[in-house]
Ligand binder design. Structure first.
Ligand SMILES: [Zn+2]
Length: 376
């Protein structure tokens, strides 16, 4: 069974088969031998039942690593790009910083990006593209993100762009990993692909070609990018609806650093509370209570036992801290004068019970999320 090349999900049945269509779009046959060797292919389109991306199941064209923009860039396109690039550069504060274009071809867009106030370089795989870039003094590196492990010279970069190339790439997850690896945290990017929303609306069957493995709607592109390490800031159609243009940011890891301070504070609170008591017990052997005991360095000397009403937990010991777990009746012991209640949503009810039933308890506290609330 064919699987989605992006997420390995199951593919739908063939939704459309285009019979005997060209097997390539570049390097057309010129000689008798090449004409004899040239055969059409059947291009079958399937949709991933998991991620929803429409894709063909034929092998990638042999030159998929190379960017070939046969038509160059028209005056209108030049104008559009200049405006788009300079607005992007200003919005993300990139002036004077370095960005790269993944798949820069003959450098058609590099010069325009440079003109927007950044230092732009490109990755390219085709030797003719690399030569053309160097002839224009544009900086280019021969690389293609096949595995995601590729490191570019001068990395990490402050931003990137990839224009109408992603849909050619068989292993998009590896390619996007490679892009991310060469970026600083929070680096912005522009990602553009042909607009499947328009292709569908107009039933433009000639837009399906062997070179384009994938066809994205704005929704599919957004979801795919979010699943591969980017936050999508915007995703809209541009250039007379032909192109979907997404602005993204390399996702920053969530910040858990405040947890250290919370742990220190909670540890100080619990130790201070236990030190006030002659003998201190815990009530509650749920996961929050057990983790609290472990993270705050409690042991049998500081907490004499953990009370819990569940018979399945009684006559056992807490994980890692090895404090005995007993029935709540044990709190009747006259020596026990302090209790920390850690029963989540039942804590108030349990604290009420402690006050009613065990009058010798002079110190009572409730563990609320990550701090101790002193009741008495
Ligand atoms: Zn998929």
């Amino acid at each position: 069974m064919n699987r989605c090349r992006i997420c390995k999900g199951e593919l739908s049945k063939e939704l459309l088969v285009l019979k005997n269509v060209p097997a390539a779009a570049q390097n057309m046959p010129a000689t008798r031998e090449e004409l004899c060797a040239d055969k059409g292919i059947d291009l079958a389109l399937c949709q991933c039942l998991n991620c929803g991306v429409l894709q063909h199941t034929a092998p990638p064209v042999p030159y998929y690593r190379e960017v070939i923009r046969a038509s160059g860039v028209s005056e209108a396109m030049k104008h559009f790009r200049l405006e788009q690039f300079s607005s992007w550069v200003k919005r993300y504060d990139l002036i004077g910083k370095k960005v790269f274009e993944a798949g820069c071809g003959r450098g058609e867009y590099l010069a325009l990006m440079n003109a927007s106030g950044v230092t732009a370089c490109g990755t390219e795989f085709s030797d003719s593209g690399i030569i053309a870039c160097r002839q224009q003094d544009l900086q280019v590196f021969k690389t293609f993100f096949d595995t995601g492990e590729e490191t570019m010279p001068q990395a990490p970069y402050d931003g990137f762009f990839i224009l109408n190339f992603l849909e050619h790439i068989p292993d998009i997850p590896a390619f996007l990993t490679g892009i991310r690896k060469n970026l600083k945290e929070n680096a912005p990017g522009i990602i553009e692909v042909p607009n499947l929303d328009m292709i569908l609306a107009n039933a433009q069957l000639t837009e399906y070609s062997c070179e384009h493995i994938y066809y994205f709607t704005a929704a599919n592109l957004t979801a795919m990018l979010q699943n591969h390490g980017f936050d999508v800031i915007s995703c809209r159609s541009v250039w007379h609806d032909y192109i979907i243009s997404a602005e993204v940011i390399k996702r920053k890891a969530v910040d858990l650093s405040s947890c250290h301070a919370v742990r220190q504070e909670l540890t100080a609170q619990i130790h201070h509370f236990a030190a006030q008591c002659g003998k201190c017990a815990f009530w509650g052997a749920g996961h929050q209570a057990l983790t609290t005991l472990a993270l705050t360095g409690m042991d049998r000397k500081k907490i004499c036992f953990v009370a819990d009403s569940s018979p399945e937990k009684q006559n056992r010991f807490t994980f890692t801290t090895h404090i005995p777990i007993v029935a709540p009746e044990a709190l009747a012991d006259d020596d026990i004068d302090g209790v920390i209640v850690a029963c989540g949503g039942y804590s108030d009810e349990v604290a009420g019970l402690v006050t009613q039933r065990f009058s010798q308890i002079r110190h009572l506290a409730i563990l609320r999320e990550n701090k101790l609330e002193i009741i008495k």
